[in-house]
Design a protein around this ligand. Structure first.
Ligand SMILES: NC(=O)C1=CN([C@@H]2O[C@H](COP(=O)(O)OP(=O)(O)OC[C@H]3O[C@@H](n4cnc5c(N)ncnc54)[C@H](OP(=O)(O)O)[C@@H]3O)[C@@H](O)[C@H]2O)C=CC1
Ligand SMILES: O=C(O)C1=N[C@H](C(=O)O)C[C@H](O)C1
Length: 250
């Protein structure tokens, strides 16, 4: 069987460099391009890339995906910064290239995907729920894409269940003291030397609390998800948002 021809964008970055090694080690894949900032995207076409693994920055991801989709190159995207406007733009590009698939995964690690799922299930059963994400201090965005997605899933689950707004008697607070508001769910971002990527979902009810915690201790935690995404995206045209769809968790 022929190998999947894979490129990595952001190949010198923290996660991109790990992805380069993972693709090189995968028996069913061939690394045909490893691009950093300043490298020409035309290289992807010359190299015959079928799938581009996009691990750059929120500032670069849209330009890279525009190019890939226009050239029929599937995308596996870990880069953060996804807004409704950006998603609508990407869907527009995909509509012009109906055989191309793009997976956007807020988090590629199985534990983080399960954390999101467990939080979604638990949220309607508790009065209070808050999300705390903790990352290394070189991270450029806050809150993390994972925390934003977790809060969105929690908010949607609570709305569907008819949950009332969370109790909170705060009258005066310093700006930011109660975190960012994502659909009524407070999200707090910690940046601390020594950490990599961690998240806690705190749920509270009458006389009890439940904490769901996930820790990514090394970038290797994201690699099985990236490789799964590469294998599955080539037969999944259009936009897939969340690795759970390729794990049959939905
Ligand atoms: N979904 C997931 O599971 C995960 C997602 N992430 C996300 O992945 C992204 C990258 O994270 P991280 O590796 O820590 O960040 P880094 O800053 O370490 O890496 C980003 C890399 O992208 C390069 N780059 C910037 N623009 C371009 C471009 N136009 N083309 C090619 N390369 C480019 C940068 O090069 P230079 O420095 O020269 O500008 C840099 O090497 C972030 O959005 C992060 O949140 C991270 C881990 C897991
Ligand atoms: O920047 C990181 O490191 C990570 N980014 C992603 C996010 O913002 O959710 C995934 C993971 O948290 C690591």
């Amino acid at each position: 069987m022929s190998k999947l021809r894979v490129a990595v964008l952001g190949a010198k970055g923290r996660i991109g460099s790990e992805a380069v090694r993972a693709v090189e080690a995968a028996e069913d894949m061939e690394l045909v391009a490893a691009l950093g900032s300043g490298d020409k995207l035309e290289t992807l076409v010359v190299a015959g890339a079928q799938v581009a693994v996009e691990l750059t920055t929120p500032a670069s991801v849209m330009g890279n995906l525009d190019f890939c989709v226009r050239h029929g190159i599937h995308g596996v995207v870990g880069t953060t910064g996804w807004t409704e406007d950006r998603l609508a733009q990407l869907k527009g590009w995909l509509a012009q290239s109906p055989e191309t698939g793009v997976l956007i995964a807020p988090n590629f690690s199985i534990g983080a995907v399960l954390t999101m799922k467990f939080a979604e299930v638990a949220a309607p059963y508790f009065e209070s729920v808050e999300v705390v994400e903790l990352h290394h201090p070189n991270k450029v965005d806050a809150p993390s894409g994972t925390a934003t997605r977790t809060a969105q899933l929690i908010a949607a689950a609570r709305e569907k269940a008819g949950s009332v707004p969370q109790p909170d008697a705060t009258v005066t607070a310093l700006d930011g003291a109660r975190g960012a508001d994502v659909g009524g769910v407070p999200v707090h971002a910690v940046r601390l030397r020594g950490l990599l990527a961690h998240q806690e979902v705190l749920l509270g009810g009458e006389g009890e609390t439940l904490t769901i915690r996930h820790d990514s201790l090394h970038h290797s935690s994201f690699m099985p998800g990236i490789l799964l995404g590469v294998r599955r995206v080539v037969t999944a045209p259009g936009l897939t948002f969340g690795l759970e769809h390729f794990l049959d968790l939905k």
